[in-house]
Ligand binder design. Sequence first.
Ligand SMILES: O=C(CO)[C@H](O)[C@H](O)COP(=O)(O)O
Length: 236
Amino acid sequence: MPALNPDDAKRLAAATALDLVSSGMRLGLGTGSTAAHFVSLLGERVAAGLDVLCVPTSERTRIQAEELSIPLSTLDETPELDLTVDGADEFDANLRLIKGGGGALLREKIVATASRRMVVITDSSKFVETLGKFPLPVEVNLFGIEATRRMIARAAAGCGCSGEIRLRQGADAEPYLTDNGHYLFDCRFGSIIDPNGLALALRAVPGVVEHGLFIGIAAAVISAGPSGVDVFGRLD
Ligand SMILES: O=C(CO)[C@H](O)[C@H](O)COP(=O)(O)O
């Protein structure tokens, strides 16, 4: 097989996930460049007659899906979904993920958890032995963020956390605001030896709305790279 560049690999993973979709399904649509490939390919299938109803995980994805005339719903109208397909910033062999690089982790986690199955699509560079090279996004309420930042650092004692507020891209250096009106801390914990323990500790901080550790949520990861497609977990 000829070498794949990362974007081709993302599209290949997305195309593989599309095989899991059939008419009548209610789908969660992820956020990010890999998920955007899936939405684009899904749009082609919808134009050819595929009948699906989709819940987007971000305004960005909603706009893309709307432009492609993909039928959309909200989680309030459609609270149970068959399948969510989304990207990830990192995954390990136990299907644990870091998500939120695109800023949509809260809706992504709500939508994925409301789905019978979550299937992750990535290029193979996202595989890690130990989570934590990618800074963990933590969505926080705007009230008392310095206090919250200190509590996160204490909660992650031993991880050597330094959390930085994510800024909008561009020159204004204003904090990035999520679709839900919150800030994000990008937390450098180093190697996350105990993801379950860290997840529990973060949830115990009152100002933390949600964090980007997805544990026990993904059923499978479709990872595409130079050697083709690898599937971690089960697709059925
Ligand atoms: O979690 C996410 C958005 O919040 C994305 O799925 C994650 O950042 C991966 O993005 P990409 O597919 O662009 O590499």
